[in-house]
Design a binder for this molecule. Structure first.
Ligand SMILES: [Zn+2]
Length: 481
């Protein structure tokens, strides 16, 4: 029986606000002494009253709009009741029935690898987003030999939960979606999405079905995956575990919740899945509903920048760059903005990309340097005029990173100007031809390759200042006679 994999993701991302979702406590508590960023509100003291952080809401809306969602004019908060040591209120304030954002879509870029493991092709696919809602995080438990320690610094941090439709068909697609969402959250400034700091976590629901069937079978939800690598590996493991069950005629008959053991690289049953009833949801009485107007939504949507996948497609289709180059240039906002500006000035995407790869990205810290898109565009003009060589271009840009001086000024200052003056070139060319009669004879007898040697000789006596393209042209002209 041929089986097909069905995957949906739930992604939790911490919003990059200064304070927590319902109180004024510091939201950036990574690496801070435990239980020093807490107050009666986030530790659930009796009588506390939560007040919604406006900035968290704005960032959540920006993220949802960038994920192509429709912002709901009315949405509300609900209490999700469960008792757990890291949740001192005994409930989480979340959005259950009426989330603030629905029906989005994300374009993902899925790499295909060849037999050697190199990326040979990148194809685009649209993944539907079911919903995005706002909720608060719980605290953090650390299990030690002496017992369990609780840190409430993270309790009450603002999170968005992004839920996808079960549109993904492989671990590679799931990873591509997770990576794309990380890029989008960063581009709009909603979340730093730093996984090492636990700012982005995934739950993956995996099920199989015979190819051609339309029904969805019971799924296993793998909880709390905190890296792209563990997301990919956990899904791979789950596919092979469920494939064996199907082949043995024992396909899963109910939903389950599983955990991922990073060291053993396998999933483990945590519990049969809770249903919504277990959480006794009810409308949150302490927080008013959210109301949006059409104008309010339009205003925020105008601030959404062009997304990485859109830039990728533009570079690939309009600029005819390769898949890998388009991907690299669209990955970060700083780089794609820089590239866009160079192209705007030079009107030459291909050579702009080439020069950025060779001269800009060789310095990992380029963002902090003095180099500007203008330097690149000017260097390209000098190259086009044959005023400098390509190694001279690199030298100018490297120096511009340090000093910020203009390309033309640096060309003169560093003595990189190529001599294209035909009188001067002719003198050197004549000298080389006279000094190498044997090579000249070889060329005339059909050994055209020796031209390289002659060009080299001219470069030598000009101390590298002759324009090699013109030298070669002049040599050929003279050797023809
Ligand atoms: Zn607090």
């Amino acid at each position: 029986m041929e089986l097909e994999t069905i995957i949906g993701l739930e992604i939790h991302a911490q919003l990059s606000t200064k304070s927590k979702l319902w109180c004024n406590c510091d939201n950036d508590a990574f690496g801070i002494t435990p239980n020093t960023r807490i107050c009666p509100v986030c530790t659930g003291f009796p009588g506390m009253l939560p007040v919604l952080n406006k900035l968290a809401l704005d960032k959540a809306v920006q993220a949802a709009l960038a994920l192509g969602c429709e912002i709901q004019k009315f949405s509300k908060f609900d209490r999700k009741n469960y008792f757990y040591p890291d949740l001192p209120t005994g409930y989480q304030i979340t959005q259950s029935e009426e989330p603030f954002a629905l029906k989005g879509k994300v374009e993902i870029l899925v790499p295909t690898k060849d037999d050697h493991g190199n990326v040979s092709k990148i194809s685009a696919k649209k993944i539907k987003i079911t919903r995005v809602h706002l909720e608060n995080d719980a605290g953090k438990l650390t299990h030690t030999e002496r017992g369990t320690l609780i840190d409430f610094n993270r309790a009450g941090s603002p999170l968005i939960e992004i839920v996808t439709e079960p549109d993904l068909r492989s671990s590679a697609e799931a990873k591509a979606l997770a990576q794309e969402i990380q890029k989008i959250l960063r581009v709009v400034g909603a979340s730093d999405a730093d996984m090492e700091k636990g700012m982005m976590r995934f739950d993956a629901s995996v099920s199989l079905r015979p190819v051609g069937e339309k029904t969805l079978y019971p799924r296993a939800e793998i909880k709390n995956l905190n890296s792209f690598n563990s997301l990919e590996k956990a899904i791979e493991y789950e596919i092979s575990r469920q494939t064996k069950l199907w082949e043995a005629g024992k396909a899963p008959d109910k939903d389950s919740t599983r955990g991922w053991l990073d060291n053993e690289e396998k999933t483990q049953l945590l519990r049969a899945k809770e249903s919504a009833d277990d959480y006794r949801y009810f409308p949150e009485p302490d927080v008013p509903p959210l109301l949006f107007t059409e104008e309010g939504i339009t205003k925020i949507s105008r601030e959404i920048p062009v997304l990485p996948a859109e830039k990728f497609l533009k570079y690939k289709k309009e600029y005819k760059l390769s898949d890998m180059d388009s991907l690299k240039l669209s990955e970060s906002r700083e780089l794609s903005d820089f590239f866009d500006e160079v192209v705007e000035l030079s009107n030459d995407p291909k050579n702009s990309a080439k020069l950025i790869f060779s001269a800009l990205l060789s310095n990992e810290e380029w963002v902090k340097t003095a180099v500007k898109p203008r330097h690149f565009a000017d260097v390209m003009t000098l190259l086009e005029k044959s005023a400098i060589s390509s190694s001279g271009a690199k030298k100018i840009l490297e120096t511009a990173m340090q000093t910020g001086e203009s390309a033309e000024y640096l060309m003169t200052k560093l003595g990189l100007e190529q001599i294209s003056n035909s009188g001067e070139l002719e003198k050197w060319v004549e000298e080389v031809l006279q000094a190498n009669p044997q090579t000249v004879a070889d060329f005339k007898a059909g050994k055209e390759k020796v031209i390289g040697f002659l060009v080299g000789q001219v470069m030598k006596i000009s101390r590298g200042s002759a324009n090699p393209v013109l030298v070669q042209k002049m040599l050929r002209g003279k050797l023809k006679n």
